[in-house]
Design a protein around this ligand. Structure first.
Ligand SMILES: Nc1ncnc2c1ncn2[C@@H]1O[C@H](COP(=O)(O)OP(=O)(O)OP(=O)(O)O)[C@@H](O)[C@H]1O
Ligand SMILES: [Mg+2]
Length: 275
């Protein structure tokens, strides 16, 4: 995406009320649950990609979603982010925000960030400028592209650079980073928008073992302040994350629990062996 496209995107609106870093007014997590899906079904030409899928994620939780190819993991993320409308079912962000009635930009603005598999950074800009651009597209930050970056903005970028381990690469062109570093940069760009819920689809695909492990450390450090839903096939990575695991199969939840428990579940074993 070019800066021009970014400016034209619906998320770009400098006229929004300056809410500073106040997050998602109206997000009610008083019942601990930040994301709630009930009986979500999605069909593509009669094929049920999601079949009465029900799922609840607690605020601050780090949840892993696994399941064979075609289980519906990406489709689930498409529903949460408003890219795909479910045929039926409910999908709530906190107690009161009905995601099925909102557009993709509205959902992003409400505090749900999504990371796709392929890194999409501005290759011709430095790491620092990538983070700065991400911050400036945030309606809540009330900064214009041409206004000088204030101390608070600088501090936020510096903190994020440390978190994603790119503080020594701030001046480097993003296009020159390794694949893993680009993925971290994109995660950093999401974090600049201060999402409450982060959806990560196969975030460590193509990473080296070392990068994968560092990514695991990063996610664990984000949990608590953020809620994370991580879709992955890499079992060593899932084990490192150590959270609750949900197994999807044919569009619904097959099993849920800690990794050891679901790995010993005969239905899960059958599904994976039957691949
Ligand atoms: N836009 C679409 N049109 C038609 N069929 C689709 C569409 N999107 C997904 N599907 C089908 O829905 C099913 C679920 O796909 P989905 O991408 O959600 O699976 P997944 O669990 O993410 O798989 P993978 O692990 O391979 O990424 C698949 O059979 C897929 O072919
Ligand atoms: Mg997928």
């Amino acid at each position: 995406m070019s800066v021009e496209q970014l400016q034209q995107s619906p998320a770009w609106d400098d006229g929004a009320p300056g809410l500073g870093h106040v997050l998602t007014p109206g997000l009610d997590i008083s019942h601990k649950v930040i994301l709630y899906l009930e009986d979500i079904s999605v069909s593509f030409d009669g094929f049920k990609a999601l079949n009465k899928l029900s799922l609840a994620i607690d605020a601050g939780e780090l949840r892993c979603i696994i399941g064979p190819n075609g289980a519906g993991k990406t489709t689930m993320m498409d529903v949460i982010t408003g890219k795909t409308r479910p045929d039926s079912g409910t999908c709530f962000f906190g107690q009161t925000i009905d995601l099925t009635r909102m557009s993709e930009p509205e959902i992003a603005h409400a505090g749900i960030g999504r990371k796709f598999q392929k890194p999409t950074v501005f290759e011709n800009h430095s790491v620092f400028v990538n983070l700065e651009l991400a911050m400036r597209t945030d309606k809540r930050a009330r900064t214009s592209l041409f206004a000088r970056l204030d101390d608070d903005g600088r501090d936020r970028i510096a903190d994020t650079l440390k978190l994603i381990r790119l503080d020594h690469e701030a001046g480097r062109l993003a296009g020159l980073l390794s694949h893993g570093q680009k993925q971290w940069l994109e995660i950093g760009m999401l974090l600049m928008q201060e999402p409450k819920l982060l959806l990560l689809d196969e975030p460590v695909a193509g990473m080296t073992d070392d990068e994968t492990e560092r990514t695991g450390e990063l996610f664990k450090s984000l949990a608590g302040k953020h809620s994370l839903v991580v879709v992955e096939h890499d079992m060593a990575f899932i084990e490192q994350l150590g959270g609750k695991v949900t197994v999807l199969h044919e569009g619904s939840v097959l099993a849920e629990g800690d990794l050891a428990t679901v790995q010993n579940d005969h239905r899960v074993i059958e599904v994976y062996l039957g691949r």
